[in-house]
Design a protein around this ligand. Structure first.
Ligand code: ADP
Ligand code: MG
Length: 320
């Protein structure tokens, strides 16, 4: 779409407050030109949000802008990377300035918070779809891969599990009260990417992943790629009061185990790094909770407070 037909870019998109020294050329030319610091590697990731699939038509547009960037930042967090630049591909049905203004408000507020500069993108007309590419720096010696967990490593998660899933469940049932469930809705619509935590953990953790599809599925990627298995202790799972109440009522654990969209980090550390992790945890705003252990035996087992193995409906074929 040509700029003359669609002059949103200058007024509503190229208004990032964050201007980085490592951006030689930002929005406005055919390409952006950026500099990676010496000794660092570039971490790159991309996520797409499509209307009807990842969000509903009438979703809050400021939240949507936030979430489009947040899910990408979460991928950087899982690698222990420091965020730097983003590009944004916007496909929108019509040149709706109000829509773009609201969307960019959410997007750029989060970008500013993490020092990310929007350096380019594309804007076209079509069915609503948003793609963000994120770029960050990693220390090549401290990349938290999915494939490097070892039997005996302890499994941890940041924050709490199941809030986004509970918000979605209530929303779908038509019983989400936006005043009463404000905090839950915030977890679904405006997730906080665990960037600080990921960067700090990179020197200790053996493996990490961000929880977009649910703990069992995402931890499943770690154990599969690391050729091992895991046991999770259900009573250790960090859950909010609301999620705990839902578990008690339904007598099943699907919210913390298999609901998605929490964007917490799940990571593993060698058992002898536990004390170092506790020291680190004391400096973070976000709790780190030990939930289980990596084992040689493939698959993921969930045990209750009595140590009995619970049959957990994971929703993933390769674990059932
Ligand atoms: P081109 O025809 O070279 O693709 P465009 O007219 O699409 O140029 O874009 C002009 C400038 O605006 C480019 O620098 C491009 O990166 C930037 N841009 C376009 N759309 C977006 C967007 N949604 N977000 C950020 N930058 C954008
Ligand atoms: Mg273009």
């Amino acid at each position: 779409m040509s700029l003359s037909e669609f002059s949103l870019i200058d007024d509503y998109i190229a208004i990032s407050r964050t201007t980085r020294d490592d951006v030689s050329l930002g929005i406005g030319d055919d390409c952006a030109v950026v500099e990676v610091p010496p000794g660092k590697s570039l971490a790159v990731s991309m996520d797409t949000l499509v209307v009807g699939r990842h969000f509903i038509e009438g979703v809050n547009r400021v939240s949507l802008g936030h979430k489009a960037l947040a899910v990408n930042l979460s991928d950087l967090a899982a690698m222990g990377a420091e965020p730097a630049w983003a590009t944004l591909s916007l496909t929108i049905p019509e040149a709706d300035t109000r829509w773009v203004q609201d969307f960019m408000q959410g997007f750029l507020a989060l970008a500013d918070r993490f020092g990310v500069q929007l350096v380019g993108g594309d804007t076209t007309r079509g069915p609503l779809s948003i793609t963000v590419q994120i770029h960050g720096f990693v220390d090549p010696g401290q990349i938290m891969r999915r494939s490097s967990a070892h039997p005996g490593d302890l499994i941890y998660v940041t924050g709490s599990l199941g809030d986004a899933g509970l918000a979605l469940r209530l929303q779908q049932a038509g019983s989400l009260d936006s005043a009463h469930h404000q905090q839950l809705l915030q977890r679904l619509d405006c997730p906080t990417p665990r960037i600080t935590e990921g960067m700090q953990l990179a020197s200790i953790a053996t493996a990490a992943i961000d929880l977009s599809d649910g703990l069992i599925g995402d931890l499943g990627h770690i154990v599969q790629q690391s050729n091992c298995g895991a046991t999770i202790e259900l009573q250790r799972l960090p859950c909010s009061t609301a999620v705990k109440a839902a578990i008690a009522q339904s007598n099943e654990w699907s919210l913390p185990l298999s609901s998605g969209d929490d964007y917490e980090l799940c990571f593993t550390i060698p058992a002898d790094k536990q004390q170092q992790l506790q020291q680190l945890a004391a400096t973070l705003d976000c709790p780190l909770t030990r939930i289980g252990v990596i084992e040689q035996q493939p698959g993921i087992r969930c045990v209750n407070a009595e140590g009995a193995v619970i049959d957990v409906e994971s929703g993933y074929d390769h674990f059932t």
